[in-house]
Write a new protein. Structure first.
Length: 550
């Protein structure tokens, strides 16, 4: 692969350009900071801050059944960037850029075409789907990176029988296991790459090659599971399996209701892809699967197992669905989308494929059509449509994410509902300014809930002010919590930070002074949230006044 760069400086320059484009789109989105903190982001950043300040708590994410690698790697970034949310999101920017590089090398290994590899890297780099999640403080970008590179090194093992590549694949697989539980898909489908080997016809030679690969992959899995077992040093290691049960149905589910929620979730995933990109490439993905299973069977089968099989399994067994649950499968779909173009970049692949017999008349027809000028132009138009759509959505995500065309569930969770952290940073600034103006006063802030967007979202900004106390007071409040009343009686400056949907009474009936309100994105008319809680969620910052009772 390195020889490719040495032989062609233009390829190296284009590769660097794609990496810079990938990095720039994600980095710019992070630095513009138009998207507020999300619930899980708040939790992860808060854990990173806790682990940084107290080394004995380096396994604190296990208390919620989460693997801690993303939080561990976030810690050095907290020392570089003042804003903790930016620090964690920048980590995802870097891992996303490394994923783009890995996808280039993976495609080069599979198809041995520099042009195809550059195209796949470019398509992935500008995908709004990847831009969106690779600029958020979530573990999904890191998981995707480890998945791509574990496959890259596994392919090298099969092609070159190199033990060092097997070890590197093990380190990547182990990193995935330390990042998030869907790494199990990588471990499950990694042996599929063995079909890429040119197996000899003699039985003795088959056994020889098989023994070599078993030896190599023994090291891969030994290293991976060795790294994973580091988590046993934490006292809550068992919580990973317990929390996985909260998200995944049992195997018996497929016997009782095999199509529910399989079909609804597949429709949702198709919507994610259509809005966030691949968009028009969805058609080329299906076309690539069909053409590939006839002409490039082995490579296509590997991509199907790594790109499509996880999507179907997640749809079948997951209890809930969101776009990031299938994000780790996205890179391999981009490789499938360029299969229809492969013949145009590989010598000897133009014209009607002579290996297609009468039973493959549809394949012959498609192949013939693609070689017509009209067919070629149609493919070019499809990629131009994708290009325009991708850059438009990316620009909206960077400069005006509230108006970006997003799937309904994603817009709701990230911009509209209580999981969206609009106003938290501003509320923290207000409280910090008050504290600096009145350093002698004790400050207590009560927030809805005990975990998540609030109070973790507030505490990440108040981390440098341990004297400011943040306490959770529950949800669906109908009166001022007793803990806040006690705080007022003790002479503390006391606040309440709560979303309007969680305050189940008119705040004018309580002895609360409205300090500020922060509006979130407008809900779509006719949705359940709109009907229940009105057109817009609002975050309230109240000052709790003395004698605050009903």
């Amino acid at each position: 692969m390195l020889d490719t760069f040495k032989e062609n400086k233009r390829t190296l320059l284009l590769f660097i350009f794609i990496l810079l484009l990938s990095f720039s789109l994600r980095f710019t989105r992070v630095m513009f900071q138009k998207q507020p903190v999300f619930g899980d982001e708040a939790i992860y950043v808060r854990w990173s801050q806790i682990m940084r300040s107290e080394p004995s708590l380096r396994f604190v994410p296990l208390s919620d059944g989460k693997q801690p690698l993303f939080m561990w790697v976030t810690i050095p970034f907290l020392k570089i960037f003042d804003d903790p949310l930016i620090a964690a999101r920048i980590l995802s920017v870097y891992t996303g850029t490394v994923t783009t590089a890995g996808l280039f090398f993976l495609t080069l290994l599979l198809f041995k075409s520099v042009s195809i590899s550059l195209l796949v890297g470019f398509l992935y780099a500008i995908s709004p789907f990847s831009t969106f999640f690779e600029s958020m403080a979530l573990a999904d970008s890191m998981l995707s990176m480890f998945g791509v590179w574990s496959l890259v090194f596994a392919v090298i093992v099969v092609r070159k029988k190199r033990l060092d590549a097997a070890m590197f694949s093990g380190f990547c697989l182990g990193g995935a296991y330390l990042t998030k539980s869907p790494a199990q898909f990588f471990a499950l489908f990694l042996p599929i790459v063995l079909i890429l080997h040119r197996w000899p016809k003699k039985y003795a030679l088959i056994l020889r090659d098989l023994s070599v690969f078993l030896f190599h992959f023994f090291f891969t899995y030994a290293i991976a599971y060795g790294l994973y077992n580091i988590l046993r040093l934490g006292e809550n290691f068992h919580m990973i399996a317990l929390r996985n049960q909260d998200y995944v149905n049992s195997i018996e589910h497929i016997l009782n209701s095999p199509f529910d929620p399989l079909l609804p979730f597949l429709r949702m995933i198709l919507e994610y892809f259509w809005f966030l990109g691949p968009s028009i490439l969805i058609l080329l993905i299906f076309l690539g699967i069909y053409l590939g299973t006839i002409k490039y069977k082995k490579v296509t089968l590997v991509l199907i197992f790594w790109g499509l099989a996880p999507i179907f399994l997640v749809s079948e067994f997951s209890k809930t669905m969101t776009a990031r649950y299938v994000f780790f499968a996205l890179p391999y779909l981009f490789v499938l989308s360029v299969v229809p173009l492969y013949k145009f970049f590989k010598p000897g692949e133009s014209g009607i494929n002579k290996s297609a017999n009468g039973k493959k008349s549809l394949y012959r027809s498609i192949n013939y059509f693609l070689n017509l000028n009209f067919g070629k132009k149609l493919l070019i138009v499809a990629f131009i449509i994708y290009l325009v759509h991708a850059f438009y959505v990316n620009l909206m995500l960077i400069f005006n994410p509230q108006n970006a065309k997003l799937p309904r569930g994603e817009r709701s969770g990230y911009f509209e509902e209580w999981t969206s952290g609009y106003g938290i940073a501003q509320a923290a600034d207000y409280i910090i300014n008050y504290h600096e103006t009145n350093p002698e006063e004790n400050i207590v802030i009560g927030t809805e809930g005990y975990f998540g967007t609030l109070p973790d979202g507030l505490m990440i900004y108040l981390n440098e002010y341990p004297e400011i106390k943040v306490i959770g007071v529950g949800i669906d409040l109908k009166e001022i919590p007793q803990s806040l009343l006690n705080s007022v009686e003790s002479g503390n400056q006391t606040y309440l930070l709560i979303n309007n949907s969680r305050l189940k009474t008119d705040y004018n009936k309580l002895n609360l002074n409205l300090v500020a309100l922060y509006q979130k994105a407008f809900r779509k008319e006719g949705t359940l949230e709109y009907n229940l809680n009105g057109p817009q969620e609002v975050l309230y910052l109240f000052e709790v006044e003395p004698s605050g009772e009903l």
